[in-house]
Design a protein around this ligand. Structure first.
Ligand code: ADP
Length: 478
């Protein structure tokens, strides 16, 4: 009785697994038919035994036992033919229809009591009953279908069909065991249930794990292609930017030359031309700034931007920054100062890139502040990497008392080409790339760039860089 129950439980579990995991595959319907039929077969064995133990006539369950045993072989044959690619979907359906019909004609025989006379339990506990000639023929057909399935698989063992070998062998042995003199039906249904394990494993491998593996491979290939395309795009941009810069520089140069000549000649009639020329010059400079930014961004994305670290003497570095920013700050009637709050003379970093970041931040501060103050505050900080490890950081804070940035825009301002459009009438003369590049550069220098801001009060951009002063580096190298 245990074998029958175990077989039923096992096959229903496998049935649920197959339906749940790979329900989208059509050929699983035939496999599900096989698993379902093994389930009813096992359950019928269990119930017929229970009836005999309770002294009830088990003939209905004996009938379903043999009915589904036969149906299992039909489904098995259909599964194997389908996997071998021998039968089209239509033929699989026809074969199944004929098989099921052949089983159905036995129903009147069962109802008239012509099938299972004399059913009882053997001393070993097996269900025994006498088969009529009709049912014997059916059982023989069942065995033949199983053997045929096995032969097909063995013949095609070099194909994917080999995955079905063990399952088919199990169920064939199961059917054969029901032909032995002691007719151990529970054992045969148990072996069929074991076969469901093998079939489920094969079907899941084919429809679930293999496709996952293939999908992973496809994804990897797609990722590599996308990366290559991205690099190609960056290479193209780099080449194009170089090509565009040369004529642009010529336009700017000649525009300035013409303007100077006109100013010197003081020809008042040409005032309009002078103002037009100044517009040409401004547009060309804007275009050049845009191209330079795109070039930088594409170099960073293509990982072709080299960082050249060297000792930067801070006092002369700040003096040069002040020389660039003070006139810009003065335009908006702002005061500018550098406030060094630490005693560090030099730092190891890339001076070109560090300057680029600070000029960009301070340029923005000057652009968005009127009648206020702009400060570059420099200090140090200990950054905790974990509970016990920390490192020294150098902090550059660009503080302005300008129009500020709305809270909901703060997370966007580091996105490429992002510019805030609002009612404050802020200037959008930039490229929308400055902060994107600055943050990328900060990361390339081993640091980070963050922002805090309040509308109407001002903004603080904080650039944190690891503090590697040259003497420290020399010490650690020694
Ligand atoms: P852009 O070159 O156009 O200035 P950025 O990437 O440097 O581009 O800045 C993006 C946007 O962030 C700017 O258009 C501006 O609206 C806002 N922003 C940047 N810095 C400040 C600042 N100090 N004060 C107010 N708004 C700022």
């Amino acid at each position: 009785m245990g074998f029958g129950l175990m077989g039923a439980v096992l096959s229903i579990a496998m049935l649920i697994l197959v339906l749940w995991q790979s329900h989208r595959h059509r050929d699983n319907q035939v496999m599900a038919g096989y698993l379902g039929s093994v389930f009813v077969w096992g359950a019928s064995i269990f119930l017929s035994r229970l009836c005999l133990l309770l002294g009830i006539n088990p003939q209905y369950f004996l009938f379903t036992t043999v009915f589904f045993m036969g149906l299992t072989s039909v489904f098995l044959f259909a599964v194997v033919c389908q996997q071998a690619g021998w039968l089209t979907k239509l033929w699989v359906r026809i074969a199944l229809g004929v098989g099921i019909l052949a089983r159905l004609v036995t129903i009147p025989l069962m109802l008239t009591g012509h099938m299972y006379a004399d059913s009882h339990l053997s001393p070993e506990g097996a269900v025994l009953y006498k088969l009529g000639p009709f049912e014997s023929t059916h059982t023989a057909i069942t065995n033949i279908l199983c053997l045929l399935s096995l032969i097909i698989i063995v013949k095609q063992r070099k194909t994917s069909l080999s995955a079905f070998f063990w399952g088919t062998l199990m169920v064939t042995l199961g059917f054969a065991s029901s032909f032995t003199p002691w007719r151990h039906y529970s054992l045969s249904s148990m072996l069929a249930a074991v076969s469901t394990l093998f079939f489920t494993a094969a079907i899941l491998k084919k429809h679930l794990f293999n496709p996952l593996h293939e999908a992973n491979n496809d994804l990897r290939v797609a990722k590599e292609l996308a990366e290559e395309a991205n690099k190609e795009k960056s290479r193209f941009l780099t080449r194009m930017s170089h090509e565009l810069r040369t004529p642009l520089n010529a336009i700017i140069g000649y525009t300035e030359l013409l303007m100077e000549e006109m100013q010197e000649a003081q020809r008042s009639t040409q005032l309009q031309t002078l103002s037009d020329l100044s517009k040409v010059g401004m547009a060309a400079r804007h275009l050049l700034a845009l191209i330079n930014d795109i070039l930088d961004l594409s170099r960073i994305e293509a990982q072709r931007l080299e960082i050249r670290a060297e000792a930067i003497p801070l006092s002369s570095f700040f003096a040069s920054i002040e020389a660039t920013i003070a006139p810009l700050a003065a335009k908006g009637n702002n005061s500018f100062r550098v406030d060094v709050q630490c005693s560090i003379d030099s730092v190891l970093s890339d001076p070109v890139r560090l300057r680029q970041i600070l000029i960009n931040l301070l340029g923005n501060a000057a652009k968005f502040t009127v009648d206020g103050t702009i400060t570059l505050a420099v200090s140090t900080e200990e950054q905790y990497l974990s509970k016990h490890t920390h490192r020294a950081m150098l902090l550059f804070r660009v503080i302005d008392t300008g129009i500020g940035i709305p809270k909901e825009r703060l997370s966007h301002i580091f996105e490429a080409f992002y510019q805030i459009q609002d009612e404050t009438g802020r200037s959008n003369s930039g490229t929308g790339l400055g902060l994107t590049i600055s943050r990328q550069l900060a990361r390339l220098l081993g640091g980070e760039l963050e922002v805090e801001s309040q509308v109407g009060k001002g903004s603080v951009f904080t650039l944190r860089l690891p503090l590697l002063s040259p003497d420290r580096l020399a010490k650690s190298a020694a």
